[in-house]
Design a protein around this ligand. Sequence first.
Ligand SMILES: Cc1cc2nc3c(=O)[nH]c(=O)nc-3n(C[C@H](O)[C@H](O)[C@H](O)COP(=O)(O)OP(=O)(O)OC[C@H]3O[C@@H](n4cnc5c(N)ncnc54)[C@H](O)[C@@H]3O)c2cc1C
Length: 410
Amino acid sequence: MNFEVEYTPEQEAFRKEVQSFLKVNVPAGLVTTAAVEAITHEQYLMQRELGRKLGGKGWLFPTYPKEYGGGGLNLDQTIILEEEMDQYGLSLPPYYNSGGNLGAPSILVWGTDGQKRQFLPPIFKGEVRVWQLLTEPGAGSDLASVKTTALRDGDDYVLSGQKIFVGSNHEVDWLWTLAVTDPNAPRHENLSWFMLDASLPGITIQPLDLLTAGGEGGAGSGVKNSVFFDDVRAPASALVGGENNGWKVATTHLELEHGGGGHIGRNRLWERLLHYCMTHELDGRPMTKDQDIRDLLMDIYIDIEIGRLFGVRNYFLTHAKKARSYEGPQSSMWRKSGNLRIAGFIQKILGYLALTTDPAHVVEEGHIELHQRSAIVGLHPGGTVEVQKLIMARRIGIGRTVREEAGRLA
Ligand SMILES: Cc1cc2nc3c(=O)[nH]c(=O)nc-3n(C[C@H](O)[C@H](O)[C@H](O)COP(=O)(O)OP(=O)(O)OC[C@H]3O[C@@H](n4cnc5c(N)ncnc54)[C@H](O)[C@@H]3O)c2cc1C
């Protein structure tokens, strides 16, 4: 049996078209190699500009329906797009847009046709970027305990409360959130899901600096924020999926965030580490000739390769619209716990060099040191390791008479 992926002539022609487009439209200043600094505002604007150009061709959200501004492309074309973006160290979208990636599928499943026409095209065309605002000081893993309220007043809802650890740096256009619309209703039946204009009066965004203050997005999304709602008036049309039905709406994006969406792309940490070990010496010979280092590098490779395969499988399941159960949390749990294991292996290989940002000694432009911090912070976003384990166990059927089902996806 031949397991090699073979592309048809049409797919190869599409790849060439994507390559030519990216060659012209990815500015040199956008692709940075250093990890120690957060991206500049100028680079952020370049990311957005590239996003709009990709969006204009339907390549920003390639599989989403054309009628709402998506590309209407198939899975193979989407994988080609992701692979070619990855050549530049970028993914789709090329900027932090957790709210768009996770909010758009929720709107597709739960929104009215009018809401789909209002909210989806600007996201799919790269005209807006969106943050997701779920976590609160008293509601992280136990998300259903959120306390922010959104109480109906005439044609509006009035929002009051605080979110924490959300978003990224630079500007944001829209925010979506989960808030209590019926303080007297039982748990899970008291919440609603809102898409908000970030410039509404009463919204204050206050940056927090975390341990991973390098890069933007992904594990390195170091700049997070508190967002305060002080009597924010939002139109009733901002409520998606029905009043007090917000928990069900949330199951769609939580499924994706818990690893169900999958990912495509090379592991640059591995490439950088291998490059370093091949080009530096220990006791007068390349580090890769040392028996113990080779052993540790293989442990790292196996961890990374298993994570890559889980990611590709979940990407396929999502975009081919296949049923799934435990696969999302399985992938997320492996990636998070694996990153921490890998951080330990790297310390054994590099010693103090794994931890320094001293320009005279820093390894691979700060990426190795950033991984040490990201591996710790990265245990939390999108469901902690313990929470992923719990969800996986429920879906396998451990400790339950009925297996829990995966959230509904578009
Ligand atoms: C870098 C970063 C980015 C983030 N981005 C966003 C974002 O964009 N939007 C957003 O809304 N939120 C975001 N978050 C918040 C994130 O979702 C929460 O940190 C996460 O849900 C955990 O909540 P918590 O921090 O309150 O920890 P807690 O829920 O208080 O957990 C504390 C500890 O208890 C454990 N625990 C909790 N419940 C259980 C249980 N039932 N069984 C076993 N162990 C349990 C946890 O695993 C953890 O170790 C981000 C966080 C970080 C660190």
